[in-house]
Write a protein of this length. Structure first.
Length: 333
């Protein structure tokens, strides 16, 4: 409890540092939200009126205080480009990003942990060399390249999956939670569910397979260390089957570094796999962040960055808690 309270005390400090740094960097970057309005060749008095309406005519320190005051009230502001509250924009884009992140994490965990365990058990055999080669390949291949290859193979050549989007255009489904998987299951809309899963498959594979290389390497290294431990030799000397020794005794203790890696990876995915979302036209937080940066939409960029930072901090906190659940030695420390 003391450890958790300490981490929770530092949470607002980290968020304040992220907020301040984001505010300063956005103002120092070339360009401003008024550039798009000035490009329309409208009168200068209209530009000044918009500048005053958006508060851009105030000194930076005053803009900063107004922004912090809004955050303390839970007000992230309004998007300059659309007039929609930032909270609503993030709320609309959050469910697609969570669905994509969870699907990619499941793929990377199942493939990576399974491959790492097999490689460690079959050390210095042909299957070990094969898994290590595939893991290095996964580490070397960027997300966008694999995404394009998957599109060419499964969408263009075979025609099995759509090229992009979240669901087929014009398909009706009832929105209840914003999560399409849950909504289609609750309403029994199996046609929309199938369309959603076909659209989800390629972006989840593109992220999951590249991440699986990291997971496989970390899992193999951790398993090799655990398999050399004295208690593993004792378990085998008692006559336990290899499957029991590997799964029940070795794997659990080898999961600690995997938890750290997957926690950081999940935080990054919740922040938005920007390139993958752009390639597959996935309407998530990452794509919203990129579009807002291009438009210099200060409130949306600031809100999205705060959300990313909050995801990182909370996921890392959850990983630390899971450490104590998985490893009893930490509970006794």
């Amino acid at each position: 409890m003391k450890y958790l309270l300490t981490r929770l005390v530092w949470l607002p400090v980290v968020l304040w540092a992220v907020v301040t740094l984001t505010f300063v960097v956005l103002r120092l970057a070339p360009g401003n939200p008024l550039d798009a309005i000035a490009a329309r060749a409208i009168a200068s008095d209209q530009i000044e009126r918009v500048r005053a309406e958006w508060g851009l005519d105030q000194p930076l320190w005053q803009q900063y205080l107004v922004f912090l005051g809004g955050l303390l009230r839970g007000d992230f502001g309004v998007a300059l480009s659309s007039g929609v509250p930032v909270i609503r924009l993030l709320g609309d884009r959050l469910p697609p990003t969570i669905e994509l992140a969870l699907a990619a994490m499941i793929i990377s965990t199942v493939v990576g942990v399974g491959a790492g365990v097999i490689s460690a058990v079959a050390r210095n055999r042909w299957i070990d060399y094969s898994v290590r080669l595939l893991a290095i390949t996964g580490l070397s291949v960027p997300w966008f390249w694999l995404a394009i290859v998957l599109i060419i193979i499964f969408s263009v050549r075979l025609g099995w999956t759509p090229v992009g989007g979240r669901i087929e255009a014009g398909m009706d489904y009832q929105v209840r939670t914003g999560f399409m998987l849950i909504d289609t299951l609750l309403t029994g809309n199996w046609v929309a569910l199938g369309s959603f899963l076909r659209h989800l498959a390629l972006p989840a594979l593109a992220i999951g397979l590249t991440s699986a290389g990291f997971v496989a390497r970390v899992t193999r290294s951790a398993m090799l260390d655990v398999l050399r431990a004295d208690y593993i030799r004792t378990a085998r000397a008692k006559g336990l089957r290899d499957q029991v020794v590997v799964v029940r005794h070795a794997l659990r203790n080898a999961l600690l570094p995997v938890l750290t890696l997957q926690g950081l990876q999940f935080g990054a995915l919740l922040g938005g796999a920007v390139i993958t979302e752009v390639v597959f036209a996935w309407p998530g937080v990452g794509r919203l962040l990129l579009e807002s940066i291009q438009r210099r939409d200060y409130p949306v960029v600031q809100g999205a960055v705060i959300f990313v930072a909050l995801c990182y901090v909370l996921v890392n906190l959850a990983v630390d808690v899971l450490y104590h659940v998985v490893d009893p030695r930490l509970r006794r420390a």
